[in-house]
Ligand binder design. Structure first.
Ligand SMILES: Nc1ncnc2c1ncn2[C@@H]1O[C@H](COP(=O)(O)OP(=O)(O)O)[C@@H](O)[C@H]1O
Ligand SMILES: [Mg+2]
Length: 170
């Protein structure tokens, strides 16, 4: 199993990592974002959305109460936040499987709430080191997205270029 661990030294680096991933995505993908409150899951998701070409005017926030936000980009983006999910059956009613295994990109905050902790996909684990630093580990479960982690790693030469993020209107 390939994995890649990086330290982001500020919000803009986490945004850029997400943005690079979003740019790389060419087909359906399931990305699971785990980490405590404030770890940077939504910041990362915002980057992915921008990388997928979602209109920068549209704010990307945690769908804490709606469970899922749908955005239109180069690919459809379904952004879930399962923090308030009390029963995994709610997800079935929401048509979760159609999204997660459909044609678009699905991002899931709080994947710990899924019934299957081994859900195949690209997993991203974010950990707070201090106010500005986060350890971000990319790894995969199952046989999907084999190439994605190494492709992302190649695209990201640390230190990441913060000016680039600003130039791209993020
Ligand atoms: N390196 C970093 N990466 C991501 N966010 C960071 C970083 N440093 C500080 N932050 C701050 O941490 C917070 C992360 O919030 P958010 O992405 O909403 O967290 P989560 O969705 O994991 O609860 C933001 O206020 C952001 O500015
Ligand atoms: Mg969030």
């Amino acid at each position: 199993m390939s994995s890649w661990s990086v330290v982001s030294d500020g919000e803009s680096q986490t945004l850029e990592l997400g943005w690079r991933l979003g740019q790389l995505l060419q087909q359906s993908a399931l990305v699971l974002l785990q980490g405590d409150l404030g770890a940077g899951k939504t910041v990362f998701a915002r980057g992915v959305a921008r990388g997928l070409g979602v209109d920068p005017q549209i704010p990307i926030t945690s769908p804490t109460f709606t469970l899922m936000n749908h955005y239109h980009g180069r690919l459809d983006l379904y952004h879930f936040d399962l923090y308030r999910l009390s029963d995994p059956d709610e997800l079935i009613e929401l048509g979760f499987d159609d999204y997660a295994y459909g044609l678009g990109v699905t991002l899931i905050e709080w994947p710990e709430k899924l019934a299957n902790p081994e859900t195949p996909g690209l997993w991203v684990d974010l950990k707070r080191i201090d106010d500005e630093h986060r350890e971000i580990v990319f790894f995969q479960k199952g046989e999907t997205h084999q190439e994605l982690i190494s492709a992302l790693q190649k695209k990201c030469h640390f230190p990441l270029d913060n000016n680039l993020s600003k130039a791209e209107g993020m």
